[in-house]
Ligand binder design. Structure first.
Ligand code: GDP
Length: 312
């Protein structure tokens, strides 16, 4: 991407999009376009076409999505499948119609089968049953991958799909009902410390394992792949190691300096037992994550205490 290229970051207000925008600006890209979801509803085909016709972006980062944690996925399955399918179809189709040079679509590691061998290689996609707690979201993301691949084959486009592992960092969703585990636990331990509560409730058994990638590393990988990767096959983005939810809870407890206990609420779902990505395709291109888990949690925690309660 040339520094003057017109780049559209779809979803720039979210965790992923805001990090990509920040990174692009930091690298000196000057011609960025973005619209808030209030200004442009990406589920509206006509509005999206109109936007592309007017702006004619050359590169697109498709980071807009309806996302949420394990509970949000089971509570709003209709929104998760509809919003995501509409957003992807509209942005990918308009990118084709208006001659976008290259598009990068962000998928998710939950597209892989629930019991995929670990670490998960890209070719395991569609080789087994999905995890039921987030199946509508996963099916929508798989549709996005297929859209990119089908358009590449039929229309000779250059639309790549990247599959990030679990992400975390500043601008994450810290709402306890809808968030993912990392922001939820940062907030729970912090509030328990401030309010001197005797224990923190953590969901499930603590045995599931998850891999966590700091959002600035993800943004860096996306820009790297936008420059270097032109294959039809999907590519994983991760750190190459995972940790149990129990270990994660203990690490956050230590970083937050909370002295009370942890209670495991096993009436809440565990979800997929493990989803560690095989990142050899990415590492063979020469990319590696830089931020350690401890460092990333500390950065996120500091951001959270500075920013989250501002408007209260
Ligand atoms: P997943 O990676 O799609 O399963 O989504 P989550 O990040 O929501 O959950 C990951 C794991 O963390 C699951 O096993 C959850 O049960 C567990 N977990 C423990 N405490 C919490 C919590 O407070 N919020 C969330 N979202 N998950 C939690």
């Amino acid at each position: 991407m040339e520094k003057t290229a017109k780049i559209y970051v779809a979803g720039h207000g979210g965790l992923v999009g805001s990090a990509i925008k920040r990174r692009l600006e930091g690298l000196g890209y000057k011609n960025l376009v973005y619209k808030s979801s209030k200004e442009l509803d990406l589920r509206d085909s006509l509005a999206v076409k109109h936007f592309f016709e007017l702006e004619k972006p050359e590169y697109v980062f498709l980071a807009a999505a309806k996302v949420g944690g394990i509970l949000a996925n089971s509570k709003y399955p209709g929104q998760f499948i509809y919003d995501n399918i509409m957003i992807e179809s509209n942005v990918i189709h308009s990118s084709h119609l208006y001659g976008v040079k290259k598009l990068l679509f962000l998928g998710s590691s939950c597209i892989y089968p629930k019991f995929a061998p670990q670490p998960i290689k890209e070719e395991y996609l569609l080789s087994g049953e999905l995890e039921p707690t987030n199946m509508p979201y996963a099916v929508a993301k798989i549709a996005g991958i297929q859209l990119c691949q089908a358009y590449n084959r039929e229309y000779n486009t250059n639309f790549i799909s990247v599959m990030p592992t679990n992400l975390y960092g500043p601008n994450d969703n810290f709402d306890l009902e809808t968030s993912h585990v990392m922001p939820a636990l940062i907030r729970k331990f912090h509030e328990a410390k401030v309010n001197k509560l005797p224990y923190v409730e953590v969901w499930g058994t603590g045995t599931p394992r998850r891999e966590f990638l700091y959002i600035d590393d993800l943004a860096d990988a996306c820009i790297f792949l936008m420059d270097k990767y032109n294959q039809n096959e999907i590519i994983n983005i991760g750190v190459g190691e995972d940790i149990s939810i129990r270990e994660l809870a203990l690490l956050i407890k230590e970083i937050v300096e909370y002295k009370g206990d942890i209670i495991w609420n096993t009436s809440k779902p565990d979800g997929t037992p493990r989803k560690l990505l095989d990142i050899s395709r990415l590492t063979s291109l020469g990319w590696k994550a830089k931020v350690s888990l401890r460092e990333g949690i500390l950065l996120t925690y500091n951001w959270f205490i500075k920013n989250y309660y501002k408007n209260d």
